[in-house]
Design a protein around this ligand. Structure first.
Ligand SMILES: *Cc1c(COP(=O)(O)O)cnc(C)c1O
Length: 349
């Protein structure tokens, strides 16, 4: 069954805003978008015009980067926007639900709440290293489940759940989208779930330039899915999600030379991750450091708030994740530069 059948029924046949750029009309004199005929003082040329809704160069660079056909990809303001649009496009407020993991990335719950969708979670146990039993996750899904969100590597815990994807996608076929958030996949050293897109119509993969590609400030994320789903998400998105300077920064970051440097930096961070985890584990006040496939590590301290304070006294900010179920006294620590990691270890020693 085509997954568009699971879109909110009141959005069936939704007519997107017919923006001037969407019309596709070309001419040398453009009087169809109420733009200024002049560039602003000190602005690069072209900034007086609305940007392309899906800039051709960026789209083809991203499709090449992720190894997918362009019609499977929609790019917007970070994967956060993709998560929001999936929730808004598929979930009926007050009726539908979304299934995810706990602990996991906080934006799923926020997005679901904003849309009035119930957010159901399967608790992963720290004692079991956050292992996932996919059948227990499936048991949370019912006829009103529209999305099952799997964050892998998971934030803030760092473990991979890719082994479960085939089984979950199969079991949810025709019923719900399986959304795999791969914000940190570049640090995991395993292939992306995009390789399975041909097999499962209900698979959605989220990728971002925010983490490994060092572009958190540009807000460029991608939703990769069946072409119908990608097109539908594009149709409900804001008409011009991508500002010109952000697109230019992203295109520059995807040049071959820049990509080589990105790969070298990923390798550095992966090596640093191992060293940081080992060194943290040797500290007397650290109870546990979990293995991580991402660019952060989760550590449990004897006294989480005290460790947070010690780091802060040295000017180092860590993420307190102790409010998440089962993560008492746990801090999430981003792997920084060698200098930054050294400074942290000194502060905590
Ligand atoms: C950081 C993060 C994102 C957000 O990515 P943007 O593309 O910057 O919006 C998405 N998912 C997870 C799990 C993250 O940790």
């Amino acid at each position: 069954m085509n997954m568009l059948a699971r879109v909110r029924p009141d959005l069936a046949g939704f007519q997107p805003y017919a923006s001037a750029r969407r019309s596709g009309l070309v001419g040398t004199i453009r009087l169809n978008a109420n733009e200024s005929p002049w560039s602003g003082d000190g602005c690069p040329t072209g900034f007086n015009r609305y940007p392309d809704p899906q800039p051709l160069a960026l789209r083809s660079d991203l499709a090449a980067l992720y190894g997918v056909a362009e019609d499977r990809l929609w790019t917007g303001r970070g994967s956060d926007e993709a998560i929001d649009l999936l929730l808004r496009g598929f979930c009926r407020a007050g009726r539908d639900n979304v299934v995810g993991l706990a602990p996991s990335f906080g934006m799923y719950r926020i997005g679901a709440q904003l849309q009035g969708a119930e957010y159901r979670t399967l608790a992963l146990r720290a004692e079991a290293d956050f292992a996932l039993d996919p059948d227990r996750l499936l048991a949370l899904a019912d006829a009103d489940t529209k999305l099952v969100i799997l964050c892998s590597p998971n934030n803030p815990t760092g473990e991979l759940h890719h082994d479960a994807i085939g089984h979950l996608a199969q079991a949810l076929a025709g019923r719900a989208l399986l959304v795999v958030d791969e914000a940190y996949i570049e640090f995991a050293g395993i292939p992306s779930t995009t390789a399975l897109l041909d097999r499962y119509e209900n698979l959605v993969v989220l990728r971002t330039l925010s983490k490994a590609h060092a572009l958190a400030g540009a807000r460029i994320g991608s939703l990769i899915a069946h072409a119908d789903v990608a097109r539908f998400i594009g149709s409900i998105a804001a008409p011009y999600p991508l500002p010109l300077p952000c697109v230019a920064a992203a295109v520059a970051a995807l040049e071959p030379v820049a990509l080589e440097r990105t790969h070298a930096r990923i390798a550095t961070l992966v090596a640093e991750r191992g060293q940081l985890a080992d060194a943290l584990a040797r500290l007397p006040r650290v109870r546990r450091v979990w293995p991580s496939a991402a660019n952060f590590v989760l550590a449990r301290f004897d006294n989480g708030p005290a460790a947070l304070e010690r780091a802060l006294a040295a000017g180092i900010v860590l993420r307190d994740v102790s409010a998440q179920p089962g993560l008492d006294d746990c801090l999430r620590i981003t792997v920084g530069s060698p200098y930054e990691n050294e400074a942290l270890l000194e502060a905590l020693a």
